[in-house]
Unconditional design. Structure first.
Length: 432
């Protein structure tokens, strides 16, 4: 029997399952699958959005800022390595200006312009330096000329000694020909010829560096008050007083260091000049100046460098004279270390010898020869400046402070330490 029209209208309409369900595709929902909270089947819901998946707004700016800071660091590092030579020259010029500040200040206090006073002080330093170089150069030139003129005699005596000792038959002509025709001499001459340009460039570079140092030092000394005012103008009043105090301490310590070293150099030079005159060593004035300056202004090894050259010159006169010079250098060094130096440096650069030695090593490691020169006054300045902020107390009157104890007290302390375990054991047994 055919269905009626009403039956067709009220009958539920059935739909075919999706193709994915018919084919068994994973993830497809079956007709009876429960709906999600949004009323949609699980297969038809959109993918869940993870909170925070969007890039924060500050992240691009932070990355740009980090890259900019890194670029500035690289640029600053490159600029520092390019300008490190200039910075060292400026530092050395600053300490040189501090050293001559007392003399310039005294002249300016008497009414002289600071620029003229600075020029006169530098002119005096230049005259002394040129005189020292001329004396030393004339001494070395004279010794070289004497050695060249006497070289045939030295060679004849050496050949004679070799023939007598080893029973050989050498002659000076054969030795000269073999030396002149040797390959190593030709290579040495070629290397020396190519090295002349390097030496010339080094000398010119050294002269330019000295000119730079003197120029900066002149401006620092001549415009010292203006420089202090410019520095204090960017600081509060309380900080200005501290800066000026540190400046005055640096001037006193640096000037005192050079004053004490100059006085000791003068005393050392006079003492060694008397010895060289007694021994009739040639170029006694130049050697005395050499010993005085090198032994005082080159830390740690200056004494040995200063005594080597006079010993060599004295050896050419008489080998025994070299021993006399060596003995005098050693004895005078002890007199200077234990008698002369403590009296001269007690009020100027009063630092412990171990601290001075360590400061010289640290300065050499940081700045080379320049660091070795300015290490002691820099450490003395820092020590004097920080001394005002370190609270000190009276030291107790204990023998151990002086590095020793009474013998009876030491024996009694050992005896007490030995009996203490026995007393503890006896007390433990009584409690048990």
């Amino acid at each position: 029997m055919a269905p009626t029209d009403d039956t067709e209208k009220t009958a539920p309409m059935t739909q075919a399952p999706p193709a994915a369900a018919r084919n068994g595709t994973p993830g497809a929902s079956s007709p009876g699958a429960p709906a999600g909270p949004d009323g949609q089947p699980p297969a038809e819901r959109p993918a869940a959005v993870v909170p925070g998946a969007r890039m924060p707004r500050w992240l691009p700016r932070a990355m740009v800022l980090a890259l900019a800071l890194y670029a500035c660091f690289l640029l600053g590092s490159w600029a520092f390595h390019q300008l490190v030579g200039l910075l060292v020259n400026v530092l050395l010029a600053f300490f040189l200006a501090l050293a001559i500040e007392p003399a310039v200040g005294r002249m300016a206090a008497r009414g002289m312009r600071r620029g003229l006073a600075t020029f006169l002080v530098f002119f005096g330093v230049l005259v002394v330096g040129v005189g020292f170089v001329v004396l030393l150069g004339s001494m070395l030139a004279g010794q070289i000329v004497d050695m060249v003129e006497n070289f045939p005699k030295y060679l004849d005596s050496l050949i004679k000694w070799i023939n007598l000792t080893f029973h050989t038959d050498l002659s000076r002509v054969e030795v000269q020909d073999s030396v002149l025709k040797s390959d190593w001499l030709q290579k040495y001459v070629q290397n020396s010829a190519t090295g002349v340009l390097d030496v010339s460039a080094t000398v010119l570079g050294g002269l330019f560096r000295l000119l730079t140092i003197f120029l900066f030092a002149f401006y620092f000394a001549a415009d010292g008050p203006r420089l202090r005012r410019a520095l204090c103008s960017v600081l509060p009043p309380a900080r200005q007083a501290e800066v000026l105090r540190a400046w005055e301490i640096a001037v006193d310590k640096t000037g005192g260091y050079l004053y004490s070293r100059g006085l000791m150099a003068l005393i050392s030079g006079v003492a060694h000049f008397v010895l060289f005159e007694i021994l009739d060593v040639p170029y006694a004035p130049a050697l005395a100046v050499w010993v005085g300056l090198v032994s005082q202004f080159i830390p740690t090894i200056g004494t040995y460098l200063a005594g080597a050259l006079p010993m060599l010159i004295a050896f050419t006169v008489n080998p025994w004279y070299a021993l006399w010079v060596l003995g005098f250098v050693v004895v005078y060094q002890q007199f200077e270390n234990y008698v002369l130096q403590p009296k001269l440096t007690s009020k100027t650069v009063d630092i412990h010898p171990a601290v001075a030695f360590g400061s010289v090593i640290a300065g050499t490691a940081l700045l080379g020869a320049v660091g070795a020169l300015i290490a002691i006054p820099a450490v003395a300045t820092l020590q004097a400046f920080l001394g005002a902020y370190v609270k000190r107390y009276d030291v107790t009157d204990d023998p151990r402070v002086h590095g020793y104890r009474r013998y009876g007290e030491a024996v009694l302390a050992r005896f007490q330490r030995a009996l203490q375990p026995r007393k503890e054991g006896a007390a433990a047994s009584e409690d048990g």
